[in-house]
Design a protein around this ligand. Structure first.
Ligand code: IVH
Length: 701
């Protein structure tokens, strides 16, 4: 058999990079094949357990060799797309959409437009059919000689997908119609009831599959199953409301169509009615807005249709929507509930987000128990307090919103308690939480000791431009953190010594192994001595990126120098603060961020611990007499002797500036093989260029 099968017996940790690469390619191919057999052909070759093992092996190898992760990796997708498996169908009569109205005025204006178009007198009554607008997906059913022959989705209105077999499983789709025209297309909405939706999501959850977000998605997903027996089990329904191509028309009004569809055995919506005037028809909108929560299916408005078909024909359509119909949408559903608590969450960037925990209520098709309040300004504007009664709404797929507080329902106790105060300390780690001028968000300053932030911070700490600990990606850091092996940056450097005492030690854990652990520990050792600017950058102080880290390093020269100055600068009005603020390119925002960081006791503890385990090299000022001092350099193409980072570092050390793009201000372009547009531009601008060898000579070898 192939080489791939031979590799299967080797534990991920024992694979060489070449083997790992081959194995990832083999796994991607095999898993895709199994996906297709399972999802599209419904003919799996292997058991679920075997399939899971393949996926797990793929994930384990990717974790060990993140750089080998493929763009078509199976871990990036779940299952196979159900689409692509259906034939296309061109609708002989296009499937139209509807124009929307959101207010009664807009609806009345629609009536005026219709009258003007038909040259009817102002105010002439317009007989209408009004019916609920079902929130499902439309389908077209084709009958030939009374026999159901094909069914399609709406698609883009012109071309849909052939889902005949799936539609045939619906009990609401008659398979034969007595006394039907030779050709008859019936159109309507496929939907799922609330109870079926809940049952489906319960089944999904039991099978460890993601829930459907709403009933329409569930209906669509169920209808577009490659295997019709899956559709059959989902309990989908169909309301008929229109016709497409027909060979004869045994009706003379819209209402006549509805009546006839009923006679032919279709389900039509029991709430549909004919009204003598548009004004009367609007009554259905008011009624249904109230009844909506109690209906067994979702509706998102009312559809009005001119009853007279001769008028419909004259009115025709504009850009894919008929001029004779209108969708009057409901306002987002609103419900009242009470705020149990305002909790404050800390995100991975330290951002504090207030969230109202409310008594669970159903709104817009989902049960809501948390509503985000976004930020403290929003809380203040709405003056939301724990204990308040509030109105929340949810429209479509939009996240639930808190609309307003019902003030007359505010208990005296709540009124007395006063407005909600955003904490000025982080609820996770207790560090100072500050809101900078001009910012809407308050942020925790505890970066390196704050649990929600720590994995991201540790990852930054170990990253290439910081401590550059190779082989320590976010996944590895997440694992080490979860296992309790590291809590703060200094722990990375004591890890090799503590490893033997871990139970089990790292090399015995899933996805690690001897070689990987040995490599990691080597990388940790060589990272132990670090340049001051990299050290400062690694700390993840707000506003301190690589450039500002260099600026600080340059200004203070040594870690001790900087540390002492920061301590002296605490009160913010002494000489130390003034000189920090005075550094060219510093500015008050950066100065404050740095002082805040050094002031925070948690950060000081982190720094104390780090000082014990790492060596911070003083900043070496770039030689000002070097030929590169003050010059702007651009590197392009591949370098052969130096890495891009090294070349950059050397140039910076010699006082040069390194830019990313070529401009007339560029002094020198270092061209490696494969230099593309930048090389061309350099030539166009007549800039000085050198190859790598010449550059090396320039910087003294
Ligand atoms: S009539 C010729 N009636 O709404 C007009 N559409 O937003 C064709 N819909 O694509 C549509 N309930 O999927 C009509 N009672 C109803 C409807 C309805 C739901 C859907 C339909 C249409 C969409 C337009």
């Amino acid at each position: 058999m192939s080489k791939a099968v031979d590799l299967r017996g080797i534990a991920p940790a024992d694979l060489t990079p070449e083997q790992a690469k081959a194995e990832l390619a083999a796994l991607a191919r095999e898993i895709a094949e199994h996906d297709k057999r399972y999802y599209q052909d419904d003919a799996p070759l292997i058991s679920d357990e075997e399939y899971d093992q393949l996926r797990r092996r793929n994930g384990d190898i990717e974790q060990l060799f993140p750089e080998l992760r493929r763009s078509d990796s199976p871990s990036a997708r779940v299952g196979a797309p159900a689409a692509g498996g259906f034939a296309k169908v061109v609708h002989r009569v296009p499937m139209l959409s509807l124009e929307n109205a959101f207010s009664e005025d807009e609806v009345l204006e629609f009536g005026n437009r219709v009258r003007r178009f038909l040259k009817r007198p102002d105010g002439e009554p317009l007989a209408m059919v009004a019916e609920p607008k079902i929130d499902g997906l439309s389908a077209s059913l084709r009958y030939e000689a009374g026999k159901f022959v094909s069914g399609a989705t709406r698609g883009d209105g012109v071309t849909g997908e052939d889902i005949t077999a799936n539609l045939a499983t619906l009990t609401d789709v008659p398979k034969r119609i007595a006394k039907a025209p030779a050709v008859l297309e019936v159109r309507g909405e496929v939907y799922m009831t609330r109870t079926d939706f809940e049952a489906l999501n319960a089944t999904q959850a039991a099978a460890d599959k993601p829930p459907y977000a709403n009933r329409r998605n569930a209906a669509a997903g169920s209808l577009r199953q490659i295997d019709p027996s899956v559709t059959a089990g989902r309990g989908l329904h169909f309301f008929a409301y229109a016709v497409g191509e027909v060979s004869e028309e045994p009706w003379d009004s819209q209402w006549g169509i509805v009546e006839r569809l009923k006679v032919w055995g279709f389900q039509t919506n029991p709430l549909s009615r004919r009204y003598a005037t548009l004004e009367d028809a609007i009554g259905l909108h008011r009624t249904l807005q109230e009844q909506r929560p109690a209906l067994p299916y979702d509706i998102d408005g009312v559809v009005y249709k001119i009853d007279r078909l001769d008028w419909q024909r004259r009115l025709g359509m504009v850009s894919r929507a008929p001029r004779w119909a209108l969708a009057h949408k409901f306002a987002a559903e609103q419900v009242e509930t009470t705020v149990r608590e305002i909790a404050v969450y800390v995100g991975r960037t330290g951002k504090l987000t207030p969230v109202a925990h409310v008594g669970p209520v159903g709104v817009g098709g989902v049960v809501v128990s948390n509503v985000t309040l976004h930020n403290e300004d929003e809380v203040a504007r709405k003056d939301v307090r724990p204990g308040d009664t509030v109105v929340i709404q949810r429209a479509g797929d939009v996240i639930p919103q808190l609309v307003r507080v019902v003030e007359d329902k505010r208990p005296a106790k709540v009124a007395k308690a006063g407005p909600f105060q955003m904490p000025d300390h982080c609820p996770e780690c207790g560090s100072l939480a500050v809101r900078e001028e001009g910012e809407v968000d308050r942020r925790c300053t505890g970066g390196l000791i704050c649990a929600p932030q720590i994995v991201q911070r540790l990852h930054h700490f170990a990253s290439r431009d910081a401590f550059d600990i190779r082989g320590l990606g976010e996944i590895q850091i997440q694992q080490l953190w979860e296992w309790g092996a590291i809590k703060e940056p200094a722990d990375l450097f004591t890890l090799p010594a503590r490893n033997a005492a871990l139970t089990p030690p790292l090399q015995e854990r899933m996805g690690w192994g001897e070689t990987k652990v040995a490599n990691l520990f080597r990388a940790i050792e060589s990272a132990r001595t670090v340049d001051l600017d990299r050290f400062l950058y690694a700390l993840g102080i707000r506003h301190v990126g690589q450039t500002n880290a260099r600026l600080l390093a340059k200004s203070y020269g040594s870690y001790q120098g900087l540390h002492t100055a920061m301590q002296d600068a605490w009160d913010r009005d002494g000489e130390a603060y003034a000189s920090l603020d005075a550094i060219e390119g510093m500015g008050p925002v950066l100065a404050e961020a740095v002082v805040d960081f050094f002031k925070e006791p948690h950060n000081r503890a982190v720094l104390d611990d780090l000082e014990r385990v790492v060596t911070i090299r003083d900043f070496i000022p770039p030689a000002s007499d070097s030929p590169l001092a003050g010059k702007t350099i651009v590197f392009t193409g591949t370098l052969e002797t130096l890495t891009r980072d090294e070349a950059k570092a050397r140039a910076l050390a010699l006082g040069a500036k390194v830019a990313g793009s070529v401009s007339p201000k560029t002094d020198l372009v270092v061209l490696g093989p494969g230099a593309g547009s930048k090389g061309k531009k350099a030539a166009e601008l007549g800039l000085a260029t050198v190859d790598e060898a010449a550059f090396l000579k320039l910087i003294g070898g």
